[in-house]
Design a protein around this ligand. Structure first.
Ligand SMILES: [Zn+2]
Length: 384
């Protein structure tokens, strides 16, 4: 029990509790809770230099943010905490159910010949968020449903990876030291523009680091699944069953698949949960959406260059990234019955001056914080 954290959770309408109104929702929250906690404990065990420091996880009811993270100072009974909201979990699942219900979207994933175009249509992303907990549209073929659920789980992990990076890279300790208001010891995902005025340019740099780190954790996660799969694939009989028994293996069958899935998950996550306008400027607590996509993709390029063992060439990366962004924008256009929106992509591809200027601002903030963060990070690896 910790007053600082409990007060914040209470302010955010408390923790999700099963209420029996929808058995499906209760079960989804229970399984997400269990798997998220296990995953975060695994990350902490892998990364933390201090292996006595526990990490806790909860699902929150709040509907204004997507998640938050918290860390106590180095006191007796110190701990870390990550919370994500029930609404963001539902929205992510509902999105992928709708995407995979349309045979024009991800046609190579699973068996899409029974799916029907436009079944998953939505009015707007806001509307999707408001009605997501009904799960009113699911793919017809079980392989498509299984793949939708696997992509949803990976996207939730991307959010967990992002929150974990805030803790692991010393961000919360930095905010605790530099912020005047007590509420600022929490890092919240997407706060409104008028909060935390004094720290915003630094907060944005922390968000940039958390995004870039989340990309790398996601790629590592998929590559370890790939390695595991490869061991089993040496057995021909088993290999022929795997595609049927485990449709999700399609997402990491080759190292290039791992790369593609990472880009997909990151792009859909950022695009879904931050439907802001494409003006390229830095204003709020988080960098502009086009900016976040731009440097996330940059991280994917450098990942291929720095790790030849990941077996994805720069040329493949250069082909895959724009193709996936276009695929994602087309997918949103199908769901929304609108035209694909390539403004963010074009702003990154053409070195748009507003975006370049705000990227420079992010880097300058990062440079001023970096030495202090090195003292505060939880692990012995290098920072960006
Ligand atoms: Zn964040």
């Amino acid at each position: 029990m910790n007053d600082e954290l409990e007060k914040e959770i209470a302010k955010r309408d408390g923790r999700f509790k099963a209420n029996g109104v929808s058995a499906e929702l209760d079960e989804l929250m229970a399984t997400t809770h269990q798997s998220s906690l296990l995953y975060l404990e695994g990350l902490a065990k892998h990364w933390y230099a201090n292996d006595n420091r526990p990490i806790y996880f909860d699902i929150l009811i709040e509907n204004k943010i997507n998640g938050l993270c918290y860390a106590t100072p180095e006191v007796p009974e110190a701990f870390d905490f990550i919370g994500i909201t029930a609404l963001s979990i539902c929205t992510i699942y509902d999105l992928y159910y709708r995407l995979l219900s349309d045979p024009r979207i991800f046609p190579e994933l699973g068996n899409c010949e029974h799916e029907i175009s436009d079944r998953g249509s939505i009015i707007s992303l806001r509307d999707l968020k408001q009605n997501s907990q009904n799960f009113s549209c699911k793919p017809i073929h079980p392989s498509r449903t299984a793949l939708a659920e696997s992509l949803a789980k990976l996207t939730i992990r991307f959010l967990l990876n992002h929150e974990f990076a805030h803790i692991n890279n010393g961000h919360i300790a930095w905010v605790r030291e530099n912020s005047s208001a007590s509420q600022c010891v929490f890092i919240q995902e997407m706060v409104s523009n008028d909060e935390e005025l004094d720290l915003k340019e630094y907060r944005r740099a922390l968000e940039m680091d958390a995004d870039c780190t989340a990309i790398q954790y996601t790629m590592n996660d998929l590559r370890s699944r790939h390695e595991h799969l490869k061991q089993h694939m040496s057995d021909d009989v088993l290999a022929s069953f795997l595609g049927v028994m485990l449709p999700e293996s399609q997402l990491y069958e080759t190292t290039l698949d791992c790369f593609k899935t990472t880009v997909r998950v990151a792009y859909f996550f950022l695009r879904l949960l931050d439907p802001s306008q494409w003006n390229g400027m830095n204003i709020g607590s988080h960098p502009h959406l086009a900016q976040r996509m731009h440097y996330c993709m940059g991280v994917m390029f450098s990942y291929t260059l720095e790790r030849p063992q990941c077996e994805v060439t720069l040329e493949q990366a250069q082909n895959v990234i724009p193709a996936i962004i276009q695929e994602a924008e087309n997918a949103f256009a199908y769901l929304l019955n609108s035209e694909p929106d390539f403004r963010g992509f074009n702003s990154a591809a053409t070195n748009d001056p507003a975006r370049t200027a705000s990227l420079n601002e992010l880097r300058a903030s990062w440079a001023t914080m970096r030495d202090s963060l090195i003292q505060k990070k939880r692990h012995s690896a290098k920072l960006a």
